[in-house]
Design a protein around this ligand. Structure first.
Ligand code: ZN
Length: 159
């Protein structure tokens, strides 16, 4: 154990800020998704963030592609961009698990255990825990993802 640890932490914080700004300026998977099977809107009136999330789920219940459109602050857009990057190629059960894990981490009820490396980039957003008003910006896309998946599930079980 050396003092280098604290330096690394500072460097990481800078990296995370860069990561958020990068995703906010150049959001991945931005735009309406063609042939979307699932969609849900997320609105955070406190900040003015408004986005619509699209998923294309295939017959194997895997999210073949994800996209979003809308506008909002850097944190909400970066979060949606990171989300769509993460869930493309993931089955919807796993995606719901990710929603639980990420929202719990962002609200600070659960600590990051570092077990799933696919979630490493999401650490960039965990700084919002120090700013309660920002938590809603960071979790908005994740709530939309949960709604998108649940709505379709409800519709699928009505017969
Ligand atoms: Zn916001």
């Amino acid at each position: 154990m050396s003092s280098a640890g604290s330096i690394d932490n500072e460097e990481l914080r800078d990296l995370y800020r860069e990561l958020i700004l990068d995703h906010a300026r150049n959001p991945r998977h931005f735009g309406k998704l063609d042939a979307a099977t699932h969609s849900a809107e997320g609105i955070n009136p406190l900040c003015g963030d408004k986005l619509r999330l699209y998923l294309r789920v295939n017959d194997d219940q895997v999210i073949a592609d994800a996209g979003f459109e809308g506008s909002g602050c850097a944190i909400s857009v970066a979060s949606a961009s990171l989300l769509t990057d993460l869930v493309a190629g993931v089955d919807i059960k796993k995606a719901v698990e990710y929603v639980d894990i990420v929202t719990e981490r962002l609200t600070g009820t659960v600590e990051d255990d570092g077990q799933d490396q696919r979630l490493d980039k999401l650490r960039a957003l965990e700084g919002v825990r120090d700013y309660p008003a920002r938590v809603k910006c960071a979790t908005l896309a994740w709530h939309a993802l949960r709604s998108a998946i649940n709505e379709n599930k409800a519709a699928a079980t009505t017969e």
